[in-house]
Write a protein that binds this ligand. Structure first.
Ligand code: NDP
Length: 399
């Protein structure tokens, strides 16, 4: 019986490793293709080893029950291992390249295409070049690739040519609509490749593009760039990705050139969700700062003199995110409160009055006050401001 687990487990072992999945014709495997159990080259070898062990057990006659079971299980392991590997390789003729080989990529395998040479696309292409990746670029309006070409990039004459130049095609255009307009006509050229969309969009748009790519035989990741162009390739930049993890793993080395890579989930909409959530926080802070500067300017004061004060205050009032998150998880907004909602709401009207006195529009700070009033009416006077989050879900969850 001892041969059973060893042979069968060995023969059907999962070979999910960080490997690129390459077809003999050089195309990339689509996102949905997952290596089957035993897909690696070791699958059949382990299976045959199990078979040999089983046969040996039978011949050597170890114990009463072991011989027959040992051989049966050994052969079964061998057949499973060999069959799984053969099916996996035969399925669109994929060859699984082991991690050790990933380090010895050919220039062709390292190649990257960047579609879109705006401020961000240019920075992305520059980072790929700096990382030693053969880089092909394309832009709707020609003439923007000069510096990149001087740095070693190849400028494709057409988007079709650009799409066919690399297995990894990174897209960074104006918006979702421009991505649709650019990619639709070259869907055929993208089949078998991996499209990584780094254009800002919504979760729904990310999912829509993922469906489009799937229908056209392309692997897909959606992404959200948490950096401005000069940060790309530097230590402060990070980029969020969502989509099939195998696809992310297969291209992570390449994408690392842009900044720290973070995979946020298999749902292709999740990168955009995180991206927009983070940007919302940024805009919220910026809205308050703009109002603050407008107030100072209305009094004829120097914004330059005011800036360090503003920075000091915003720094002092930041860093509470984990505490806020814990309150939301517990749905308890009243424990350890130091500045309750009732107190804050009583003072908040002064912001309107002061703005009017100074001739400043209160529209950037206006949305908060009605929410405070609603929460007060609901009995939330003793809560932290965090309790307002309960008013924001228009689709109430069942949690
Ligand atoms: P730019 O305005 O500099 O560039 C826009 C790009 O989109 C250009 O290459 C433009 O081509 C192309 N484009 C517009 N419409 C079409 C179309 N219909 N078909 C083909 N190409 C088109 O913007 P950025 O590069 O700064 O931004 C690109 C994306 O990156 C945006 O989604 C943005 O939100 C995102 N992003 C930008 C950041 C930034 O700080 N810049 C930060 C994080 C994300 P053409 O030259 O022909 O007009």
């Amino acid at each position: 019986m001892a041969a059973w687990p060893a042979a069968v487990i060995a023969g059907s072992a999962q070979h999910r490793h960080r490997a690129a999945l390459i077809a003999p014709d050089g195309d990339q495997e689509p996102a949905e293709h997952t290596p089957r159990p035993g897909a690696g080259r070791l699958g059949p070898i382990r299976g045959w080893w199990g078979a040999a062990r089983g046969w040996w057990v039978r011949v050597a006659g170890e114990g009463a029950a072991a011989p027959r079971w040992g051989a049966t299980c050994g052969w079964w392991g061998a057949i499973r291992g060999w069959g799984a590997a053969r099916r996996s390789c035969a399925d669109r003729q994929w060859i699984v390249r082991a991690p050790a080989q990933a380090g010895r990529m050919t220039e062709d395998e390292k190649a990257v295409t960047v579609l879109g040479l705006g401020a961000m696309g240019t920075a992305l292409a520059g980072a790929f070049l700096a990382a030693g990746r053969p880089t092909t670029v394309w832009n709707r309006t020609p003439g923007k690739a000069g510096a990149l070409v001087a740095g070693g990039a190849v400028e494709a004459a057409t988007i079709d040519e650009a799409a066919r130049a690399s297995r990894l095609v990174v897209v960074c255009l104006w918006d979702h609509r421009s991505v649709q307009q650019a990619l639709d006509p070259v869907a055929g050229a993208l089949a078998g490749r991996t499209v990584v969309n780094l254009t800002n969009g919504t979760p729904g748009q990310g999912r829509e593009l993922a469906g489009w790519a799937r229908r056209h035989g392309a692997a897909f990741l959606d992404g959200g760039i948490m950096a401005v162009p000069p940060m790309i390739g530097g230590p402060g930049a990070f980029v969020l990705y969502s989509g099939a993890q195998e696809v992310f793993d297969a291209h992570r080395d390449a994408l690392d050139a842009l900044g720290e890579t973070m995979w946020v989930g298999a749902d292709p909409g999740l990168a955009a969700l995180h991206d927009l959530a983070l940007l919302s926080a940024m805009y919220g802070v910026t809205m308050g700062e703009l109002h603050a500067f407008a107030m100072v300017r209305s009094a004829g004061l120097s914004t330059t003199a005011f800036a360090p004060l503003l920075r000091r205050w915003t720094d002092a009032m930041s860093g509470f995110q984990e505490r806020m998150a814990a309150q939301m998880e517990a749905r308890d907004y009243t424990t350890g409160v130091v500045s309750n909602l009732a107190m804050q709401a009583a003072a908040f009207h002064n912001f309107y009055d002061a703005a009017h006195e100074q001739g400043v529009s209160p529209e950037l700070i206006a949305p908060l006050y009605p929410l405070m009033q609603r929460r007060l009416v609901e009995g939330g006077g003793a809560e932290d401001l965090t309790g307002l989050v309960e008013l924001l879900n228009t689709r109430r969850t069942t949690a």
